[in-house]
Write a protein that binds this ligand. Structure first.
Ligand SMILES: Nc1ncnc2c1ncn2[C@@H]1O[C@H](COP(=O)(O)OP(=O)(O)O)[C@@H](O)[C@H]1O
Ligand SMILES: [Mg+2]
Length: 322
C-alpha cells in the first residue's frame, strides 16, 4: 500500500535520510525504530509532504504522492504528531473537528463522529468543552489520536505518539491501541525510539541509524536473524522481554489440525497474540494453564504454564542466534 523508494533528504551537509526503501502492506503496522536524530521524523514527514525529499519517491496505492496536491494527499493520511500537537486555544471538540470542518461535514455528522470517537477512546464526554492543558498527558494523546482518526483515513502516521507518557499510562494505552477496531483496519507507520514499544506494537520494524535502514524485518527476524552487530547490540537490553513480545502463542503451541481455540478461565486467547500478553493474562487469573476447546466449547486438551515455558525455551534453542 505504501512504497518508499530510495528516499533521501539532506539539510545542507546533513544527510538526515539516506536512500531508504521499504514497503508497508495494507493494514500492516510498521515501526520506524531508532535513536534520536536517526531520521525517523524526516521520513514520516516526507510521506505526507510536510517535507519534500532531496531524492527518491513515495507511492501510496501505486500513485506517486507528487502527483497529488498535498491537501488531497493528507485527507487520506491521519497524522499524530510528537507531543500531540493539539491547538491550546481550541477545545477538545474543536480540535477533533478540524478536518471534518475542512471537509464541510454538516454539524450533526461532526457531533456524532466526535462523540463516537470519545467513547471508543475512553474519554468522558464532559471533556468536549475543556482545553487540552486541562487534560492529563494520556488524555491529550487520546485526543490527538481522535483527531487523526476522525475522517477515517486509510493511512495513519504516528510520531512517538506515546513518548511523553509515564510507563503505566503507556502500557494501558498500548493495550487499548491493540484492541481498537478502527486501528486494525489502518495501514500504520509509527515512529518510536522505544524498543519495547516497537516489539509490542509492530508487525514489522525498520531499525534506522544515521539516516539509513540497518534492518527491516519482523520482531523475531530482528532478534534471531540480526543483520549485524549493531542490531544485536540495539536489542541487548531486556532481551528476554523482547523475546516474549516477539514470539506468539501459535509459534510454540500449535492448535490441533481439526481446529479449536485457546481459553483461559472462560476467556478466549487469540492464537496469534504475543506470549507476553498471555503471561500478562495469567497474572490476573488463578489458572494453571491454557485450555484448548473445540467448536462445541468442549475442552479437548490443555497446556500448563510450565509446558508453555518449556516450549518457549525449546523454540529459542532452534533459532540461529541462540
Ligand atoms: N529542518 C531541519 N534543518 C536542519 N537539520 C534538520 C532539520 N530537521 C532534522 N534535521 C536533522 O536531521 C537529522 C534527522 O532528524 P529527525 O528526522 O528529526 O530524527 P529523529 O526523528 O529520528 O530523531 C538530525 O541530525 C537532525 O538534526
Ligand atoms: Mg523525531
Amino acid at each position: 500500500m505504501i512504497k518508499v523508494d530510495h528516499l533521501s533528504k539532506s539539510f545542507g551537509k546533513i544527510k538526515a535520510v539516506d536512500h531508504i526503501s521499504f514497503e508497508v502492506k495494507e493494514q500492516e503496522n510498521l515501526i520506524l525504530l531508532g535513536t534520536s536524530g536517526s531520521g525517523k521524523t524526516t521520513t514520516l514527514k516526507m510521506i505526507n509532504r510536510l517535507i519534500e525529499p532531496t531524492g527518491g519517491k513515495v507511492f501510496i496505492n501505486g500513485e506517486n504522492i507528487l502527483d497529488q496536491s498535498p491537501e488531497v494527499l493528507r485527507r487520506g493520511i491521519g497524522y499524530v504528531l510528537q507531543n500531540n500537537g493539539l491547538f491550546p486555544h481550541y477545545t477538545v471538540a474543536a480540535n477533533i473537528a478540524i478536518v471534518p470542518q475542512l471537509l464541510k461535514w454538516d454539524k450533526k455528522r461532526i457531533e456524532h463522529r466526535v462523540s463516537e470517537l470519545l467513547e471508543k477512546l475512553h474519554l468522558d464526554k464532559t471533556y468536549l468543552n475543556v482545553y487540552p492543558n486541562e487534560l492529563s498527558g494520556g488524555q491529550q494523546q487520546r485526543v490527538g489520536l481522535a483527531r487523526a482518526l476522525v475522517a477515517d483515513p486509510p493511512v495513519l502516521l504516528m510520531d512517538e505518539p506515546f513518548g511523553a507518557l509515564d510507563n503505566i499510562t503507556r502500557s494501558k494505552i498500548h493495550a487499548e491501541f491493540k484492541a481498537l477496531d478502527e486501528l486494525k483496519r489502518k495501514t500504520i507507520i509509527m515512529v518510536t525510539h522505544d524498543v519495547q514499544e516497537a516489539f509490542e506494537l509492530g508487525d514489522r520494524i525498520c531499525l534506522m541509524h544515521k539516516g539509513k535502514i540497518i534492518q527491516n524485518g519482523t520482531p523475531t527476524e530482528l532478534l534471531f536473524r540480526p543483520a549485524n552487530s549493531f542490531v544485536k547490540d540495539f536489542l541487548k537490553e531486556q532481551r528476554l522481554q523482547l523475546e516474549f513480545k516477539a514470539i506468539r502463542l501459535n509459534d510454540i503451541a500449535p492448535l490441533p489440525p481439526e481446529g479449536g481455540a485457546f481459553d483461559l478461565h472462560g476467556e478466549r486467547v487469540d492464537a496469534g497474540v504475543a506470549l507476553w500478553s498471555v503471561l500478562e493474562q495469567f497474572k490476573f487469573t488463578k489458572a494453571e494453564g491454557l485450555s484448548i476447546i473445540n467448536h462445541q466449547n468442549k475442552k479437548i486438551g490443555s497446556i500448563s504454564f510450565e509446558e508453555l515455558m518449556a516450549a518457549f525455551y525449546q523454540y529459542k534453542k532452534h533459532q540461529p542466534h541462540e
